[in-house]
Design a protein around this ligand. Structure first.
Ligand SMILES: Nc1ncnc2c1ncn2[C@@H]1O[C@H](COP(=O)(O)OP(=O)(O)O)[C@@H](O)[C@H]1O
Ligand SMILES: [Mg+2]
Length: 1013
């Protein structure tokens, strides 16, 4: 991913109308600016555009709300980037109100020169597409090439397990993970299939074990079927014969039953005739007896007729008497009713009388308090008049007070406003004062810094001087050494000449061939020796000078090193001076402003103290006060009056009751005499029975008629009794008359009956004979029926057994055939088990191969030395080869065996220590080296997906020397990346790179950037 352009709107400190940042203008650049001016925001914008991820507050799920510039409704980031020869564009947009993200992903089409959309239907799917195109998650990105602020140790601080995951993603091992998962799935389904088939085979084998048993059972059933068929035949023949015999006997039996029925009928008829004859004889005897009592029956009948006449007379008298009694009753009732009516009237008048008397009594009670009530009622009316007057005053007072309150509110508001102004002015003044107070201290600081800077400058000059002297010194040293060489050559030459001279036997000069006889040779020899001595002396002199020079140079060097150290220590003084000067200026400005603000504060204080505000309102308030005093409304008095009104209120009702009572008393006194008169009249009526006169008269008449009827109740009862005793006399008389006529007819009938009876007796004897003959023939019938029953039962049992056998034969035949089919199936399944077993083997193996311990571990294993080498190369450069790291991808366990890990060990000249034991600056160098190594690995592997390196701050931990080395290190790796962006606020660093993007934040328009070459 190489960024091409980035455009932000309302993102963090960036506002509207920020021009796009063009990454084409540089390969290596430094992004500089003061703290909080929006440097890191540019990186946040890139990661937010690509993954929707960036810095966020703890506890926030999505960073978008926090990234949106405060006070703006909507933000947008557009990032154009190149990836593997294609150009892409991502536009991400967020709305605060709807909390909705819009995401567009495009690819540039070379032919049409337009962007073509790659967006999917949902944001989630579009995001997946972007991540897939980048082939990287946010986490991996910020663990390698994007070194975010404060997160340089992101990788180092992770657990070994997490580190491995990141490395796996950098190496794109997820591809193998997917293959492993696929193999696992296949293995599982093959295994499940195999188990299923084995299970089926087991079931089949169990069934096949029963096959011989089924065959044996089948043969037994067949054998028994043959036998049973013969038995059934025999039994059926026998049963048919018996059935024939049974039919014959059934005919005879029917005849027998018929004859028996006929005999019974004859017997019944004969006994009926016998009965009839007896009855006839009895009737004849009865008639004869009746005829013997003739005179008694006739006498009784006469007496019966007499009694009947007497009884009718008595009943006539009784009916008349009943009518009279009824009349008497009714009349007596009417008389009683008339009396009751008068008594009712009497009690009504008595009640009226009591009521009036009660009223008079009550009235008496009320009238006793009449005077007090009248007095109270008078007072009530007086108090009401007073209250009306007070009410009027109060409504006026209320209106005035309302106005007063409104005015007071206005006055208060204005006063508050003035107080707020005063407070804020004083707060500001206090802030200014505290700044102004610091002025002397800050001035001192400026002076101190200036002194330090002066010292720094003099040291730097001294260092320059030292350098110049050193250079001169080295030049001189070179000269002296050249001189020494030359002397060496001269000495060598002189010695060779002397040597030649001494070795020569001829009297001739070996060099110039001149004659060297005698003394001349001696002279020459002496001359050479002298020359050698001189050269040697010169040489010694020179060696001493060179030694002196060398020690001088050493002194200069150590001086230089010391100066260098001192300068390094004093280096920050310049920056400090700048800051101190700014601070001092701030204090100076503050005291000026403070002076300017004093009069305003004084004026505000005066106005508040003298109430110099809301003048019209104050005046009107005074007037209102006057008016209220004049009205002299007294709440207490008014309240007391109200209270009194409340107590007097009851007299209102009591007075009206008094009036009513007086009226009632008058009324009762008038009514009472009339009531008493009426009561006396009614009592007289009752005493003299002076009521219902016609009823009294009729009652007298009825009593006279009753006496005249002369009804004797005893006589009537006696007649009734005797008449009842003779009630059968008319029947007896009728029977007697009938008996005389019927005697002859009865005797004739009797002889006819006797003849008929004899005829029946003869028929019966014949029937008996026939029945006896049939009985003899039917004697064997019961035995035959039993035999037939038996034969039928046996036959049914046989047939049932045969049916069962047939069914069993079918079952066993089926089972046998089923077993044969199962055998074939079993063989097929065995072959299938072989096949699935092979599949399981293959897929199981593949799971291992593609898994974490297989090819993935192998790839990590191979990548580790590469990271290690690369990191150590950079670390060597940063620490003068003092520090190096080792990465262990497997660890030997105490329990034996090994554990996959990714441990980072750091060592320096003192030995190996854990990461936490290194200083901030040392740790940063290690982090930096590992991160660069990872980024390079990422750039190389996984299809060269990454070509940008970004380092956001962190250099603050480094001293000046460390910084120089870091810059050097960054420069040397610059050829490995297409773009490098170093973010820093350090002045010392920002000039170390060829291109600088300067970021500055303005209060109104927000952050802005500018590229400086
Ligand atoms: N939602 C926001 N709206 C406006 N400004 C914000 C918002 N969130 C953070 N900031 C400010 O934006 C600035 C971002 O600065 P940053 O890029 O982190 O600074 P630096 O240049 O030090 O890296 C800071 O001043 C921060 O306070
Ligand atoms: Mg920052």
């Amino acid at each position: 991913m190489i960024p091409v352009t980035l455009q932000l709107r309302n993102f963090l400190s960036y506002g509207e109308d920020v021009p796009p940042l063009d990454f084409n203008e540089f390969d290596v650049a430094c992004l500089s600016g003061s703290n909080g001016h929006g440097k890191s925001a540019i990186l946040d914008a890139m990661t937010w555009a690509l993954w929707g991820e960036a810095r966020k507050a703890a506890g926030e799920k999505s960073p978008s709300d926090g990234l949106l510039r405060i006070g703006t409704p909507e933000m947008q980031v557009e990032l154009v980037f190149d990836l593997e020869g294609d150009r892409y564009r991502v536009i991400r947009n967020y709305h605060r109100k709807t909390r909705r993200i819009r995401l567009d992903f495009h690819v540039f089409d070379e032919n049409s020169h337009t962007y073509k959309s790659l967006s999917e239907r949902t944001i989630g799917d579009t995001q997946k597409k972007i991540t897939a195109t980048l082939r990287m998650e946010y986490d991996t990105f910020i663990n390698s090439a994007f070194i975010l602020q404060g997160r340089v140790d992101e990788f180092t601080k992770k657990t070994p397990h997490k580190r491995k995951e990141i490395l796996a993603e950098i190496l794109d091992l997820s591809h193998y993970e997917r293959l492993a998962d696929l193999a696992k799935d296949r293995y599982k389904s093959a295994n499940a299939r195999q188990q299923g088939i084995e299970e089926q085979c087991k079931t089949i084998e169990e069934e096949l074990q029963h096959q011989p048993e089924y065959a044996q059972k089948l043969a037994q059933v067949q054998q028994r079927l043959v036998e049973i068929d013969a038995d059934v035949q025999t039994h059926e023949t026998r049963r048919r014969t018996l059935e024939q015999q049974q039919a014959d006997l059934r005919g005879k039996q029917a005849q027998f039953q018929d004859r028996t029925r006929q005999k019974k009928t004859l017997q019944e008829e004969a006994s009926k005739l016998e009965e009839k004859t007896l009855r006839q004889q009895k009737q004849i005897a009865k008639v004869q007896e009746l005829l013997a009592q003739e005179s008694q029956i006739l006498h009784a009948y006469q007496r019966y007729l007499d009694l009947q006449q007497q009884q009718e007379r008595c009943e006539q008298q009784f009916r008349e008497l009943s009518t009279c009694h009824k009349e008497q009753n009714e009349l007596e009732k009417a008389i009683q009713q008339a009396r009751t009516q008068i008594e009712k009237e009497q009690s009504a008048w008595q009640a009226k009388q009591a009521q009036e008397q009660q009223t008079l009594q009550e009235a008496q009670h009320v009238l006793q308090q009449a005077q007090a009530i009248e007095q109270g009622f008078h007072e009530l009316q007086q108090a009401r008049k007073q209250d009306e007057a007070w009410e009027e005053t109060r409504s006026t007072v209320d209106a005035l007070e309302r106005e007063q309150r409104t005015l007071e509110k206005v006055v208060d508001q204005q006063k508050n406003q003035l107080s707020v102004e005063l407070q804020s002015a004083m707060r500001y003044a206090a802030e200014l004062q505290s700044l102004a107070d610091k002025q002397p201290v800050r001035e001192q600081e400026v002076q101190d810094c200036q002194a330090q800077v002066l010292r720094l400058e003099s040291l730097e000059q001294e260092r320059e001087r030292n350098k110049e002297i050193g250079t001169e010194c080295r030049a001189r040293q070179d000269q002296l050494q050249a001189e020494q060489m030359r002397l060496q050559e001269q000495l060598q030459e002189a010695e060779e000449k002397l040597d030649l001279l001494l070795r020569s036997d001829t009297p001739q000069c070996p060099l110039c061939a001149s004659d060297l006889a005698g003394q001349k040779k001696v002279d020459i020899e002496a001359h050479f020796r002298q020359e050698i001595q001189q050269i040697q002396a010169k040489g010694q002199e020179l060696t001493r000078t060179i030694a002196e020079q060398a020690s001088h140079l050493d002194r200069l060097r150590s001086q230089y090193a010391q100066l260098e150290r001192q300068i390094k220590q004093l280096q920050p003084a310049r920056e400090r001076l700048l800051q101190a000067q700014n601070a001092f200026q701030e204090s100076v400005n503050a005291s000026e402003q403070l002076r300017a603000r004093q009069p305003q504060i004084a004026s505000l204080q005066a106005r508040i103290e003298q109430n110099d505000y809301a003048r019209a309102e104050h005046q009107r308030l005074a007037e209102l006060q006057q008016k209220l005093l004049a009205l002299a409304y007294n709440v207490k008095t008014h309240k007391a009056l109200k209270q009194r009104l409340k107590t007097l209120q009851k007299f209102e009702g009591e007075y009206s009751r008094l009036e009513t009572v007086r009226e009632r008393q008058r009324h009762s006194l008038a009514a009472l005499p009339a009531i008493e008169q009426e009561l006396a009249r009614l009592q007289a009526l009752l005493d003299q029975r002076d009521y219902a006169p016609s009823e009294h008269k009729q009652l007298q008449d009825v009593l006279v008629r009753i006496a005249a009827i002369g009804y004797d109740e005893r006589e009537h009862q006696r007649i009734q009794q005797e008449f009842r005793q003779l009630q059968h006399a008319p029947i007896h008389k009728a029977e007697l008359e009938q008996a005389g006529k019927s005697l002859e007819v009865l005797q004739q009938g009797l002889s006819e009956l006797r003849m008929e009876y004899e005829h029946k007796t003869a028929s019966l004897a014949d029937m008996d004979r026939q029945i006896a003959a049939l009985e003899e023939e039917l004697q064997g019938f019961a035995a035959l029926e039993d035999e037939l029953q038996q034969a039928t039962t046996q036959l049914i049992a046989l047939k049932r057994e045969r049916d069962e056998l047939l069914q069993a034969r079918g079952t066993y035949e089926n089972k046998h055939e089923h077993c044969q089919r199962l055998r074939v199936e079993w063989e097929q399944k065995q072959a299938e088990i072989q096949r699935t077993r092979k599949d399981c083997d293959i897929y199981g193996h593949l799971v291992q191969v593609f898994g974490k311990d297989g090819i993935q571990a192998y790839l990590i294993e191979n990548a580790v030395p590469e990271i290690e080498d690369e990191a150590n190369k950079i670390l060597g450069r940063l620490t003068d080869n003092r520090t190096h790291i080792t990465i262990e991808s497997v660890k030997n366990l105490h329990s034996g065996g090994v554990k996959e890990t990714l441990d980072i060990k750091i060592s320096d000249e003192l030995g190996t220590r854990s990461y936490e034991m290194y200083s901030g600056g040392e740790a940063f160098r290690v982090d930096f080296a590992i991160r660069i190594a990872l980024s390079k690995l990422l750039a190389k592997r996984a299809g060269t997906k990454l070509k940008t390196l970004v380092i956001d701050e962190g250099f603050g931990t480094q001293d000046a020397y460390g910084l120089e080395q870091l810059v050097e290190a960054i420069k040397t790796i610059s050829s490995d990346f297409e773009k490098i962006l170093v973010i820093t606020h350090l002045e010392a660093l920002k000039n170390a790179f060829p291109v600088r993007i300067e970021v500055e934040k303005y209060p109104d328009i927000g952050s802005q950037y500018q590229i400086v070459h």
